[in-house]
Ligand binder design. Sequence first.
Ligand code: 1GP
Length: 246
Amino acid sequence: MNVIREWLDEKKEKLHFTLIDPDKQKPEKAAKIADISSSYGTDAIMIGGSTVNRKRVEATTIATKDAIDLPVIIFPNSANAVTEFADYIFFMCLLNSRKRRFLIEEQIAGAPLIRKFGLHPIGMGYIVISTGKRKTTIEKLTDLDLIRDGDIDRLLSYALTAQYYGMHCVYLEAGSGAEKPIPNEMIMAVHEALDIPLIVGGGIRDGKTARDKIEHGADVIVTGTIAEEDLDKLREIIETVKGYRI
Ligand code: 1GP
């Protein structure tokens, strides 16, 4: 079962996921952001960040589940983020990392916990693109085989690898707070080559940009930072994504 595909087919709409970083606010505030996002029409809440610890992930997940009725998906930075209180977890491989840790070790550590907790894993090929001059946190932490704006063939090699491995989706990530989002031509190239759902996030701050990404082939738009900074813009983004007719 590919749950992202099912949601897309059932709703016949593009999807918006709200990312909450448990390190950025207390669980009560996180639950409030989830509640507001839900009222604007977001489809799921993702919980994760680059420095989170298990207790914080758990507390934020519990508070969020209590506040809303939407699916909660863990977006883990390591096996330490696996918590029994969520519904789903992105079982992800950072395909263009050079570190064994992000390619397979954290997955091996997390897999038995996923089974024990009965979490539903969503296999994901995670590809980080370096879109700006300034390094994002994820770029600093993960020792990347750099993919820059214009490296379409190499991006396609990675994205096809995800599909041929049987992963359920590909996530093109510009990094939280990125100066520039994923370029349109990269989204279009991956969209044309792949059959699995395409998730796009990082640096999306307004409805026009979200629309641009969807028009070029994104199936799911992820936003994180904007919910902490400007709720009107969050609303604009969600309404744009949900109002888009396929
Ligand atoms: C990061 O793509 C997400 O994993 C969201 O990025 O915080 O820039 O919206 P922003």
